[in-house]
Design a protein around this ligand. Structure first.
Ligand code: BGC
Length: 760
């Protein structure tokens, strides 16, 4: 293995302008330039396995459909439902090992965009509608890769939440939802897990394309969060290379065969682009290239692809979500008679989504074969019931119903065809293809002992039919080991432990983003603000089919003794006891939600996930679970304060088995942050009174004024209706009232005092 010289402090000084320009764009579709002492970096998609284009390492032509085989692990939609941080790290480590085996330095992932709408065609590549869960799983993937010496490319930065018009649309987002929802996972991962690279998104944010967005790429990512890696563009995302470099984008991908390099050279010559700006990108790229190539120079053990297949299968088991299980229909008992396996998806599984993340698996398990393997002597018969992507077919329906009637139990596989969801376009509904509900009706008529298994990358509507199905399993897209994983869960060889990382709504129309998705005429306004996913469903008190965080297993758990304390290091620590009260070993995912004080000065979600923990418990076993988070996580993002702000007051901390299955709560009283926003004459009476310094000063001034003038506006504060009326008025308006205790002429002095006097 070639040893590269360690990064010099000024690579830029050793290169010509032309060389610098060409270093800041790709050499091929997935490889960067090797220039001077800077080695080439080879990249591959990502994120749930390697999509090894034929050109990897040799600069040849890209062929999306003939990737070399690699292990296809569960895509993010499934891994997100595992809530299993250690597992995500392990999977990423295995992907990195395969990357090393193939000479790939950087894997293009994880994708950590928030699932804003169930319709996003690429939701299968994203973890969750919740930023904390996204950050925990995405961060684990970054750590898993980078610990193995392979770089991660955190993508798509930022607010790439739809595929419609993805290369042009402007996501128009207010600062608070931007910070609290759409940037939050990026911020957490960048600060904590230090990815070597970030990929800028195709879309624009509030009018400025992300690849040219200096505020995002430089002010926030680098200056605020301390990012020290490179920013590469998404493939083809750069429209104006000079503007991109100026904004802080280091690497244009893929190659433009010199076209935009010439523009950069020209721009430096004519002063349009500062030479230092280009040099800064060159230094960052040199550092990145040395870092990335060093990772591969250490010797690695020979790879065991069978062991990776086994990991893909074990990971898939953790991702499966048991949504419903009445009459203990599951787990299946092989001794309980014959089994009908119905649905083409049992024989021809969907296990990943379409687009740039598509992996050619090393092998593929099918649910049908795996169920047959585990059935022992029981009879397992199969009927297709429908053709994937086809219309209802009477012959197939009749054959399937006949089989269902003749069998003791039915497992019916339903789900989305590949053509319904892909990178590049959004869905326009969340229903199953028409042939499938028709089949379900026939099967339930023929045999009510039917368990339904779903395969889908984006959420599908389960209402109203889920009410009549005794058992329902959400299998998402599970990667190449998913077939065996499903069979092992169905037969109880493994206990289900997945939890929904996104809400399954009753209807598409209930989705909080519904009225403003996917936008029009080049803009999508994120009108629901911070009320994304369960935050919106809860705030609007929507009934949902299955809530965020929901998932059953083959046993039950009891929660108790919740205590919540604040540590001297400003951590919030919740402790509780969880007991396995059922007959089988199982894994519980304890979720910790926090509700803001009722008098919060901004609109708050009913509750927000602030932590979670997983525990494995034998029947009858109890354990204490501790979940901690930072006091700073109680903050909302305040535009007025221009930063995160923790309100003082009493929060409610709740431990639950889902966002709608809260088992115990405890109060937490915290001191608030001190406002740094200056009070002015335009500040309202309410804002003055709520301010720790301004409030007492104003009351003092009122008291003095009242003593002089008797009554007036100050006296009005004693009347509850008048006080409410005045609360929303700027103080300068009140100051003009006749007999105002704080006349306009005193206002400036009062504002000065409020700004000068420290609060204790
Ligand atoms: C996708 C990225 C991907 C890149 C390279 C783009 O179209 O948005 O996620 O990494 O292509 O294949």
């Amino acid at each position: 293995m070639t040893q590269h010289p360690s990064p010099s402090h000024s690579t830029a000084a050793t290169l010509t302008l032309t060389e610098k320009a060409s270093l800041t764009s790709g050499a091929g579709d997935f490889v960067t330039e090797a220039i001077g002492a800077v080695p080439a970096v080879s990249m591959s998609d990502g994120p749930h396995g390697l999509r090894l284009p034929k050109e990897a390492g040799d600069g040849g032509q890209l062929d999306l459909h003939s990737a070399a085989p690699a292990t296809c692990f569960p895509p993010a939609v499934a891994l997100g439902s595992s809530w299993d941080v250690a597992l995500a790290e392990q999977v990423a480590g295995a992907i990195a090992a395969e990357a090393r085996d193939n000479g790939v330095h950087v894997v293009l992932g994880p994708g950590i965009n928030i699932k804003r709408s169930p319709l996003c065609g690429r939701n299968f590549e994203y973890f969750s509608e919740d930023p904390l869960l996204t950050a925990e799983l995405g961060g684990a993937m970054v750590r898993g890769m980078q610990r193995s010496g392979v770089g991660a490319a955190l993508k798509h930065f930022a607010a790439n939440n739809q595929e419609s018009d993805r290369m042009r649309v402007s996501a128009d987002i207010d600062e608070r939802p931007l910070r609290e929802i759409y940037l939050r996972a990026f911020e957490r991962i960048v600060r904590r897990d230090r990815p070597w690279s970030v990929m800028s998104a195709y879309n624009a944010l509030n009018g400025t394309p992300l690849s040219e967005n200096r505020r995002l790429l430089t002010d926030i990512l680098r200056r605020e969060w301390g990012f020290d890696g490179i920013v590469m563009s998404d493939w083809g995302a750069v429209r104006d290379r000079v503007a991109a470099l100026t904004a802080g984008l280091d690497l244009q991908m893929p190659t433009t065969r010199g076209r935009t390099d010439a523009e950069v050279v020209q721009a430096v010559k004519n002063g349009e682009l500062a030479a230092e700006q280009l040099d800064a990108s060159v230094e960052r790229l040199a550092r990145f290239a040395h870092r990335a190539t060093a990772g591969l120079s250490a010797p690695a053990d020979p790879l065991d692809y069978e062991a990776h297949h086994d990991l893909a299968r074990r990971a898939a088991e953790r991702c499966i979500v048991l949504l419903k299980n009445e009459q203990d229909l599951l787990p299946l008992d092989p001794a309980a008679g014959s089994l009908a396996v119905i649905g083409e998806l049992a024989r021809t599984p969907r296990y990943q989504g379409a687009g740039s993340s598509q992996v050619t698996p090393t092998q593929l398990d099918t649910p049908l074969d795996a169920l047959r393997d585990l059935a022992g002597d029981a009879v397992v018969e199969y009927a297709a019931g429908y053709r994937i992507g086809g219309e209802p077919d009477e012959e197939l329906l009749v054959e399937a119903a006949r089989l269902a009637a003749a069998s003791d139990t039915v497992v019916l596989f339903l789900g989305l065809p590949a053509q319904d969801e892909s990178e590049g376009f959004d869905r326009d509904h969340i229903d199953l293809p028409a042939a499938q509900p028709a089949l379900l009706e026939r099967i339930l008529e023929a045999n009510p002992r039917t368990a339904v298994v779903l395969s889908n990358g984006g959420v599908v509507r389960t209402a109203p039919w889920h009410e009549r199905v005794p058992a329902l399993v959400e299998g998402w897209l599970l990667g190449q080991g998913g077939g065996t994983a499903l069979a092992r869960i169905l037969y109880g060889h493994a206990a289900p432990s997945g939890r929904l990382a996104e809400t399954i709504p009753l209807r598409l129309e209930d989705a909080p983003s519904h009225l403003s998705f996917p936008g029009e005429e080049g803009h999508v306004r994120y009108g629901e603000g911070v009320f994304v996913g369960y935050r919106g469903h809860d705030r609007r008190a929507n009934d949902v089919a299955f809530p965020f965080g929901h998932g059953l297993t083959y046993t039950t758990f009891a929660y108790g003794d919740l205590t919540v304390t604040q540590t001297p290091a400003d951590r919030i620590e919740a402790r509780l006891t969880v007991t396995n009260t059922g007959p089988r070993t199982g894994r519980e995912t304890v979720q910790l939600y926090v509700s803001a004080p009722e008098d919060s000065r901004v609109a708050r979600p009913v509750r927000e996930l602030r932590g979670f923990a997983q525990i494995d418990l034998e029947p009858g076993q109890s354990r204490t679970v501790t979940i901690t988070f930072d006091r700073a996580d109680l903050a909302y993002y305040s535009e007025r304060e221009a930063g995160w702000f923790v309100e003082g007051g009493t929060y409610s901390v709740a431990a639950g088995a889902s966002s709608r299955d809260i088992r115990c709560t405890a109060p937490l009283t915290v001191d608030g942050d001190v406002s740094t926003a200056r009070l002015t004459g335009r500040s309202t009476l309410g804002e003055w009174l709520a301010h720790p310094v301004g409030g007492p000063l104003l009351l003092e001034a009122f008291a003095a004024g009242r003593a002089q003038q008797g009554g007036g506006a100050a006296g009005a504060l004693a009347d509850p209706v008048l006080r409410r009326f005045l609360t929303g008025m700027p103080l300068e308006v009140i100051a003009e009232f006749p007999q105002s205790p704080v006349p306009l002429s005193h206002l400036d002095a009062l504002c000065e005092r409020a700004a000068r006097t420290p609060s204790d």
